[in-house]
Design a protein around this ligand. Structure first.
Ligand code: MG
Length: 258
């Protein structure tokens, strides 16, 4: 009887090559996929656990992985948001924060909750934002029964693309974002390839390989400007006490895949 230790040879070496690839169909020499232990799902009561190869950006205990973000209304220095009960909370008008980690292509997971007590409307209600590479905003907003302009709704690529659907939970409930980010590529001053985003909000597809048109701006679309291949993830202080928990990413190389 074959055991795992014996590693019986599997596959074939007399089959045709797969078009565009260096391996044959069922190739016996093709490397096995890397093993990743999956995480666990979050519940309303408790954050889940990240998969085994995730880089943890916020585990609910402290803001050691974060600093104030001068690009988002802060002066340099420590992040000044509050941490309690396993989440961080925006201290309104303290300014945005960003990660110390910098990365390009990635899978990002984060969870957020808008205040249970509804205050304001449209863009004034439960507003924050997730900025990939500190430039490209995925909107965070409480759009549960809260109309606003479509390209500024929850999970919109702000000012560019509304989400496919509005998958908001009620204010006060925890919501999940799972984002697959393909960073833009530059050759000197020239844009070689724009950024793309695929994304789930509360497990519902809201963007499928959506082309990002340029860095986020208000009331206009601005062209790409060259920037380094990695950048921090930042969170916006838009004046509302939004909460975040369980933030992690997995580095990817989406241009390197066959
Ligand atoms: Mg925002």
């Amino acid at each position: 009887m074959a055991t795992q230790q014996q590693q019986p040879r599997v596959g074939y070496d007399d089959t045709p090559f797969i078009p565009g690839q260096k391996y044959r169909v069922h190739d016996s020499t093709r490397p096995q996929p890397r093993v990743v232990t999956p995480g666990t799902e979050s519940t309303q009561e408790r954050a889940g656990r990240p998969p085994s190869d995730a880089v943890i950006l916020f585990d609910g205990t402290d803001l050691s992985g974060w600093v104030a973000n001068p690009r988002s209304g802060s002066s340099d220095g420590p992040a000044r948001w509050k941490v309690e009960n396993g989440y961080m909370e925006v201290v309104p008008r303290s300014g945005g924060i960003r990660t110390r980690e910098e990365f390009g292509d990635c899978q990002v997971h984060l969870e957020w909750a808008a205040p249970a007590e509804v205050v304001g409307n449209s863009q004034g209600r439960g507003n924050s934002g997730v900025f990939l590479m500190n430039r490209y905003e995925i909107q965070v907003l409480d759009c549960y029964d809260n109309p606003t302009y479509a390209d500024g709704t929850t999970a919109a690529v702000y000012g560019q693309h509304p989400p496919l659907v509005n998958a908001c939970r009620k204010p006060g409930e925890w919501q999940t974002y799972d984002i697959i980010w393909t960073a833009p590529r530059f050759d000197g001053e020239r844009l070689v390839s724009p950024a793309y985003v695929t994304m789930f909000h509360n497990g519902v597809l809201v963007h499928n390989h959506r082309e990002v048109l340029g860095p986020t701006a208000h009331r206009k679309v601005t062209p790409y400007e060259p920037h380094p291949p990695v950048g921090p993830l930042s969170l916006q202080d838009h004046g509302n006490p939004m909460r975040f928990r369980n933030i992690w990413y997995r580095p990817l190389n989406l241009h390197g895949q066959a």
